[in-house]
Design a protein around this ligand. Sequence first.
Ligand code: TXA
Ligand code: MG
Length: 325
Amino acid sequence: MSRILDGNDPRTILHAAERLGAGEIVAFPTETVYGLGANALNEKAVAKVFAAKNRPEFDPLIVHIGDKDAASQYVTALDPRARQLMDAFWPGALTLVLPKRPIIPDLVTAGLGTVALRMPSHPVALALLRAVDFPIAAPSANPFGYVSPTTAAHVHDSLGDEAGLIIDGGPCKVGVESTVCALTDQHAVLLRPGGVTLEQIESVIGPVRTGEPTQADRRSPGTLLSHYAPRVPVVLLKPGDPLPQPEAGERLGLLSLTLRSDAHGYTRTEALSADGNLLDAAARLFAALRRLDTSGLDRVVIESVPETGMGRAIMDRLRRAAARD
Ligand code: TXA
Ligand code: MG
């Protein structure tokens, strides 16, 4: 049975830590999205995460740690760029892919020679990580391919009893997943845009490679095109495109950055921000997509947002939501 417990109650943290120690899975809040966690050093426990999400085993998990110094236990080398980025953005929404030590089981990393490490900033996540004596492997707490959860209720709605215990830490403040940056060769590579912007990363370590993933990067399956997808068909408008009119009898939904006065005949509209602020828009994005997905609509029209700063992560998720492959 899934149970939702208050993350601000210290007894919840103790109970969750015991469950994790016993090889069970626990859903917990981070500032980006909710994660479905297991003891990263216990392969049997990690297997339960893959099973609950119906996640293919070729998709590696992020390993979460509760303090920066722990990183060197799990990776073989922390080059100067890694240290600079950890100092600038940890705890926070940045995941670093680095060469792994053998202590991290192959199931966690899908057999890759690298591990994705993150120290989150959410106080409940940090309390949990500090209450256990192992790192926590956790993907987003949603069925594979679906929209990530940004509230405890989202976790319960889409994973139900599969989630085991759910720790409620309120709505996620960042609202999109962490940025994944690989530091495995001389070029830093952005594998997934996320809560820390490319501009922020480049201001610390200089130019970072982006764009279409190369053959090697493709091993980060977050780069699979149809990911984060709602079930309702989605149309992503290009900047400047006019709003389509609903066809006769069509139940059309709209997701726009700010409120639009020209959405005539739309059954449901969602605006992500009062004034076009992209940080607010990211924080509201997944909840709005879920509401549109469960409103019995035939189609959802989505407006593009400017692709700078947090807009890059938002547009990445919107393109995936619109992709059908
Ligand atoms: O914000 C987040 O990152 C959330 C919270 C819970 O931390 N987690 C999350 O996990 O989004 P998940 O599993 O949904 O996405 C992890 C991404 C995937 O795209 C995966 O392929 C990539 O990180 N990844 C993990 N390990 C990797 C590795 N060793 N090399 C390359 N990519 C890796
Ligand atoms: Mg995910």
